[in-house]
Design a protein around this ligand. Structure first.
Ligand code: SF4
Ligand code: SF4
Length: 413
């Protein structure tokens, strides 16, 4: 594609990167075929090719409008288009630049600004979110059904104390909403890793990975979260932690991107690179621990696996969780259109409710078509978004592995 970016932009790293990405696009439109929002609305501007065109206009000096912003807002950042694109167009980086420029050049209505700010404040702060969720649970009996389904019930966590320390250790990103909404996920991860001879070092100084702020256009805030995590983790890295485990697949691409995002920060660039090198989604880390012989075999339970977009398109980890579950005795049921997003997408399910609901209903129909006993996924956003309406239990796949530890008290298998 021919481009004519403004000279001012071409003098910045982001501008030059955007120019290169645009030049890779041959405007073939193959990507539209797998874009969830294009499939729903049929509007060219709600597909990747149309959005690329809108971003190109902004980069070439045309003022973005509320309509530009609307079509960029409707993008799930699911990256299904990147998996499909034959030219390797790095769409999400172009979108980041397009969104930042559009955010700077347009003014959102007051209610939108307030909601986006509130989401950034509350969801990235564990204490604030815990308070909000606790209040919601107290009021739950009084709320109408439609609101009730958004407030997950409290999960019971068994008391567990690891035995003697193992030699190997890993760090684990606690996350922001996950330990409050579903503390059993990190708990199960700790138990599975301990059974494999690996200690999990808990670092209470860490924070949100920054993805939420990043996707809401608050770039500097996202970088502050990254710096805080690096500071918290660095002493443990120096003491030999062999990996940084991320149990929410939506957070893993962000931590793996710290090196690139902080490349121009001379105080953090080197450490950020090292953190990115050590970051592992729990599935890729476990797949490299061979074999998982300490775990028992499952009794053939039928499981529908929902692979989050962050896992299959962002991290390009495909079939790994499925292979792990099969090797441990689970039966994976058929799921049609597995490449399509469930509509969770960070704060998308709150900010674009109508599209998110339609995507969730389609996804649940696909997941439940082959009568699974339960749905397993890998990201807290998808987990929460699907749980409210699913006819079977929804859980993180690592919880299934925890049930296979000899002597386990878990009962999902
Ligand atoms: S992003 Fe890729 S698939 Fe989409 S129009 Fe451009 S080259 Fe074609
Ligand atoms: S990231 Fe997802 S929603 Fe956005 S354009 Fe690509 S396929 Fe469509």
């Amino acid at each position: 594609m021919q481009t004519a970016l403004t000279q001012q932009l071409l003098q910045t790293a982001a501008g030059r990167e955007a120019d290169e990405i645009l030049r890779n696009c041959v405007h073939c439109g193959f990507c539209n075929a797998t874009c969830p929002t294009y499939q729903l609305t049929g509007d060219e501007l709600d597909g990747p090719r149309g959005r690329i065109y809108l971003i190109k206009q902004v980069l070439e000096g045309h003022a973005p409008t509320a309509r530009t912003r609307l079509h960029l807002d409707r993008c799930l950042t699911c990256r299904a288009c990147e998996t499909t694109c034959p030219s390797g167009v790095d769409y999400h980086r172009l979108l980041d630049t397009g969104r930042t420029l559009t955010e700077q050049a347009t003014v959102r209505p007051f209610a939108q600004r307030l909601l986006r700010r509130a989401l950034r404040r509350v969801l990235t702060c564990r204490a604030c979110f815990r308070l909000l969720l606790g209040s919601g649970r107290l009021l739950r009996p009084l709320l109408p059904g439609v609101l009730k389904q958004h407030i997950p019930v409290r999960q019971r966590i068994d008391t567990w104390h690891p035995g003697p320390r193992h030699e190997r250790s890993v760090l684990m990103l606690a996350g922001c909403v996950q330990p409050v909404l579903a503390p059993q996920i990190n708990h199960a991860t700790e138990q599975v890793l301990y059974a494999l001879g690996i200690n999990v070092v808990k670092e209470h100084g860490d924070a949100c990975c920054g993805a939420l702020s990043h996707h809401l256009g608050a770039t500097e805030e996202a970088l502050q979260f990254a710096r805080r995590n690096i500071d918290a983790w660095w002493p443990h890295i120096e003491r030999g932690a062999e990996a940084i485990i991320v149990t929410a697949s939506g957070c893993a691409p962000m931590v793996k991107d710290y090196g690139r995002l902080l490349a121009d920060d001379f105080r953090y660039a080197r450490k950020a690179d090292r953190v990115s090198e050590l970051a592992r989604d729990i599935s890729e880390y476990l797949a490299a621990q061979s074999p998982l012989h300490v775990l028992q075999q499952a009794p053939g339970t039928r499981v529908a696996f929902h692979s989050p977009c962050s896992l299959q398109h962002g991290l390009q980890i495909n079939g790994v969780v499925e292979a792990l579950l099969r090797s441990l005795g689970y039966t994976l049921t058929t799921v049609s259109d597995p490449h399509l997003c469930c509509g969770s997408a960070g704060t998308y399910s709150i900010l674009q409710r109508s599209l998110a609901r339609r995507l969730r209903d389609n996804k649940l129909a696909a997941l439940q078509q082959d009568s699974p006993a339960l749905i397993a996924t890998a990201n807290i956003g998808c987990h929460t978004h699907l749980s409210g309406q699913a006819g079977v239990p929804v859980l993180h796949w690592i919880e299934l592995l925890a049930t296979l530890i000899p002597g386990s008290n878990h009962d999902h298998a």
